[in-house]
Design a protein around this ligand. Sequence first.
Ligand code: PLP
Length: 386
Amino acid sequence: MKAQTLLIHPPRGATATRAVTSPIWQSTSFEADSIAAFAEISQTVQPPEYYTRYGNPGHQQVEALLAELEGGEAALMTASGMAAIFTAVVSGLKQGDHVLAQRNVYASAATLFQKILPRWGIECSQLPQTVDFTEGLRPNTKLIYVETPANPVMGLTDLRAVARVAKERGITTMADNTFATPINQRPLGLGIDVVVHSATKYLSGHHDVMAGAIVGPREFIDRAWHFHLVAGGVLSPFDSWLLLRGLRTLELRVQRHNRNALALARYLKTHPAVARVNYPFLESHPQHALARAQMSGGTGMLSLELHGGREAAERFVSATRLGRYAASLGGFTTLLVHPAAMWAESLTGEQRAAMDVSDSLVRISTGLEDEEDLLADFAQALDSIT
Ligand code: PLP
């Protein structure tokens, strides 16, 4: 089945009901028929009906759907994207292991690699996403962690190349697929072992749910689940229901996000106030060929650099009416952020420069507004600063 049909007719799971929509299983606990049945279910991995930290019928529905969408054997839902990343990374590592990560990963993932794992005796190093990852490998490398497309200039990592390097050496590969979504990119089909998501973003799509997901081989998910039981970052049944509801329209929404972002990127390139536009599906993006080879759409994410430094960025952000200035991405409304200000505390000027974060850079998460209205609004905002 194509993605859109799958989203409307997901796998129904062991606890299917006759309801056309899905119920919310707002219960911590599920009754067992006997002491023996209780004992048996307590030993099951991801039991749908036992105790909600172990599993929940609502989680099971979303997990089955996401596994199918990403082309993986199994999935695990978590309470946030960071809970998914933390669980997926840490559950497979031990003291003395080495993680090779891409440099420009999501900020809290970078904190995990730079500050937390080293305290536990796990070595971490990071490389620019455009290099061949073989150069950073060590004899104890157990995990290569990438994110594509990634902040702030929508840089891409060659997923097939990473998978090839790792497979030859028995190293696990993990990709954060939050920006792309399985509608635009399916890393598992390109040879990556595990996908992680901030389902807070496009998967839920309505700026009202915090959630995360891990998708991968059954064996990996089993191990992650055992860790997750102890870490306890469990998705609430209501948020799992909201996520399923959001997923019904994922394909429709992502196609509109793709279209709006491409139209916006093309328009922005023509405006004299704009110095540079970063969008993988623009022919001028330095990795455009790679984008076409591993993605079917450019996503709703882009960034632009303005002439006139930070002051121009501030004036532009205040002048847009449809682009709201708020953290997050992937929802129905267009959101803007100024990465240099957002990362002023956590990154030095040198680190920001190494990640191409200039003072005039503005990131745009294109929403679902009408394309003409969006372009008209950006046009008036840019005209006002020229
Ligand atoms: N990965 C990416 C690419 C993100 O942008 C984010 C959040 O912005 C996360 C992971 C973390 O997700 P959450 O905020 O749901 O914990």
